[in-house]
Write a protein that binds this ligand. Structure first.
Ligand code: ZN
Ligand code: ZN
Ligand code: FE
Length: 760
């Protein structure tokens, strides 16, 4: 039979995932000759063979790729038969300018986990075991193409056994760039007070012993350091909280496997699936009554954030044994708002007052990456933080866009770089409020631009001139003579939700952008916004009535003052028995009244987040907050699921007036109704409002698609009832699926608004 020649180009995540060995085994099985190689834009293949077998090869490529591969494109073209004698894997071919997506870090696979606990395996109990299907990727890659010399594993010379596996196309460690073994790879040690106390297996044993005795350890993981302690030891958890300083935020928890989670929390099938999924995110779960976890882990919340051990080191550390804690706190290794520590020397310096001891290793982390956080809401997975295990997977766009750098917002910052159909939304950077976070932001941007070979043609940022991200954007634009697009925060929310849903129509949708803060086009601080818009533009149809925001951004920590500002705006008295009145001394109240009357450092705000804070303080749930959203989270936790009544808002023109709601709520409070009922009625009022406003807009404009974006939509009570209410009424509801609803999505929205404006 006549032989044919074919050249094939495969794009997507096809490097570092065992793709070439897969090609090799398929080609040899079908007696094809030729070669395969990595390029900087994917994988290139040339084959010679008979036409039926060439066809079968093409089928295998698209139908059965290796588990971690994600193919975006396969192109092929006939070529001359070159008379190859065998099929070979040949050297990589870098091509300046080309790019391809990079795999996120991957949880240990089943094969490696089996070897890890197999006494006859040469990698038995080796904490850095990995293969082409698992192990570190994004956190160790310094440049592309993805080969060992361009990773932080370059310093480790493979031993003869590892080298043999690495070179054998039929071995599952063929070209596994981070491959290592106890002979040649990274090692563990344990140190305290600047002294190395133990190495390797003994280091692990010491760490376990210290944890068992209630100590707090810094543990170097995949994307940075964690702080760990026994989650059932109240003293240890309380001590950790003191050392991390002024922070009531919940600590994440880790277990060896599902069984301990099952005992502590209620688990739906979807939540179980999320816990076991390859990215191994932190999953927020409903806590069971009688759970063993110390109350200080998540003060005043009814949820716990669990993740399963995701690296071989974590598995060894948490291996079940009598007397050893089944559940460890595994919170980010930092003090309050700083970025997570990931470099050893930096960790020693910054964590010395926080940790009693350090479990360390010598595999360097190049990119720090925090754990991801998800929650199942309305029977779907919802990202609250998209980071380890997901980033840097691109968001695929339906339309090609110019190359844009979008700088993102201030809090929960991520940035975004676009190229063709890809939006590379970064891992979670954090709150851009200090030098360390800004530095890791700038390094992150430089790294993404290098990895994905992106030279921005334009820059997008927030309308707020004083965000550090905006200043960075302005500086870069000036230096590189690029246009800057300053995009209104809540428009960016709407656009992000559209992009997340692959929305291509120019038809406007109703955007319910409910969040804490974002600068408006009138210089007020927006946050309770009902918009009508598309990628390109928006109209503000309704918004929460303006109230003075006493002290500006500082109001985030003072729900009591926010409550009094709301009452003042509504013309209601500060009666002495009201919880927020009681919470402030007479002098403070006098000063606040002067501040409100004379508008001293009290800008207008329509913030939905602060509206929740006010309600929380008014009902005596929380008068002072240690982090943004705390008052609202605790108010939600109090809501009774069975209460159906609600209060009314006043609506006049485009203004949503909460005055009538406050009057009814205070009436109920004075009548002595219990908190769960009051909280539920407050939430139900917003659900009704949402449906009512959307109905009015539909009547007037004929629009029946609604997009929900903004941090307030992390409120499960509000979210689930609003989605149900809108769907029942025939609305198509767009919610965030691939990106978080909070400010972690802003950069994506900014990029899309800028792109649409540029293209015209
Ligand atoms: Zn593996
Ligand atoms: Zn080795
Ligand atoms: Fe926002």
């Amino acid at each position: 039979m006549e032989l044919v020649g074919l050249k094939i180009w495969v794009g997507g995540i096809v490097q570092g995932v065992g793709f070439r060995p897969f090609v090799y085994s398929q080609a040899t099985r079908l007696q094809l000759t030729g070669w395969v190689r990595n390029t900087s834009s994917g994988v290139e293949i040339e084959i010679n063979g008979n036409p039926t077998q060439v066809e079968e090869f093409m089928k295998a490529l698209s139908n059965n790729p290796p588990p971690l591969a994600r193919i975006d494109s396969i192109e092929s073209q006939a070529c001359p038969v070159n008379g190859y004698l065998s099929f070979d894997i040949i050297a990589s071919q870098p091509n300046p300018g080309d790019f391809l997506p990079i795999s996120p870090d991957m949880t240990i696979c089943e094969d490696c986990q089996r070897e890890l606990f197999d006494p006859s395996d040469r990698r038995y109990r080796y904490p850095f075991i990995n293969c082409t299907n698992c192990g570190p990727r994004f956190t160790i890659i310094q440049d592309i193409p993805y080969d060992r010399p361009k990773t932080t594993m370059s310093a480790f010379k493979m031993c003869a056994n590892c080298e043999r596996e690495y070179q054998d196309p039929l071995d599952r460690r063929f070209h596994a760039q981070p491959t290592a073994c106890p002979e040649c790879g990274p090692q563990l040690w344990f140190e305290a007070n600047g002294q190395r106390l133990a190495e390797k297996e003994a280091a692990l044993a010491t760490a376990r012993d210290w944890l068992k005795r209630g100590k707090i350890l810094a543990i170097k993981g995949l994307g940075g350091y964690h702080l760990a302690c026994d989650a059932t030891n109240t003293g240890a958890v309380a001590e950790l909280r003191i050392r991390k300083r002024r922070n009531d935020k919940a600590f994440a928890l880790m277990t060896f496997d599902l069984s301990s989670v099952e005992r502590e929390c209620f688990l739906s099938p979807l939540e179980r699936e999320a816990l076991l999924s390859r990215p191994r995110p932190i999953v927020l779960l409903e806590r069971r009554p009688g759970s063993m976890v110390a109350a200080e882990v998540a003060p005043n919340q009814h949820t716990l954030g669990f993740m399963l051990a995701y690296t071989p080191l974590h598995l060894l550390l948490m291996e079940p044994a009598p007397g050893f804690p089944e559940i460890l706190v595994m919170t980010s290794g930092n003090q309050s708002e700083e970025p997570i520590a990931y470099q050893d020397e930096d960790a020693r310096q910054r964590l010395v007052g926080l940790a009693d001891g350090f479990l360390m290793h010598n595999r360097p982390i190049f990119m720090r990456v925090d754990d991801s956080v998800v929650r199942v809401m309305h029977n779907k997975l919802y990202y609250l933080r998209r980071s380890r295990g997901y980033a840097p997977d691109p968001i695929h766009l339906k339309k090609e866009v110019p190359s844009i750098l979008a700088a993102g917002a201030e809090l929960k910052n991520t940035f975004c770089l676009t190229r063709q159909n890809y939006a590379f939304l970064s891992h979670h950077i954090g709150d851009l409020e200090n030098f360390e976070t800004l530095q890791s932001y700038e390094e992150g941007i430089a790294h993404f631009e290098r990895l994905f070979r992106i030279h921005p043609e334009a820059i997008a940022c927030d309308l707020h001139p004083n965000y550090l991200s905006t200043r960075y954007a302005q500086n870069r634009a000036e230096q590189e003579h690029l246009n800057v697009y300053a995009i209104q925060h809540h428009h960016a929310h709407l656009a992000a939700c559209l992009a997340d849903n692959n929305w291509v129509s120019a038809e406007p949708v109703i955007g319910l952008s409910f969040d804490g803060t974002g600068l408006g086009s009138d210089n007020a601080i927006w946050g309770g916004e009902v918009l009508l818009g598309n990628y390109k533009s928006y109209q503000r149809i309704y918004h929460l009535a303006y109230v003075p925001l006493p002290g500006g951004d500082a109001a985030v920590h003072k729900p009591a003052r926010m409550a009094l500002a709301h009452l003042w705006q509504a013309g209601l008295d500060w009666e002495i028995d009201l919880p927020p009145v009681e919470a402030l001394c007479a002098d403070e109240r006098t000063a606040l009244r002067t501040q409100l009357e004379h508008r001293l450092n009290a800008p207008d705000t329509s913030s939905m987040g602060r509206f929740f804070d006010a309600a929380s303080a008014l009902l005596g749930v929380r008068e002072k907050a240690n982090y943004e959203g705390q008052a609202a989270i605790e108010l939600e936790a109090a809501a009774s699921p069975d209460e159906l009544s609600a209060y009314e808002f006043g609506i006049e023109n485009d203004i949503i007036d909460p005055g009538p709601l406050w009057v009814s709520m205070l009436h109920d409070w004075r009548a002595g109704l219990p908190l769960p009922v009051l909280s539920a009625r407050f939430h139900n009022s917003l659900v009704n409002l949402v449906v009512q406003l959307c109905q009015t807009i539909r009547q007037q404009q004929g629009i029946d698609t609604v997009a929900l974006s903004g941090g307030v939509w992390q409120n499960r009570y509000l979210y689930e009832r609003s989605v149900k209410g809108l769907q029942k009424d025939g609305f198509k509801v767009l919610v965030h699926r691939r990106t978080p609803p909070n400010d972690g999505c802003i950069a994506l929205g900014q990029a899309l608004v800028a792109a649409t404006t540029m293209v015209g």
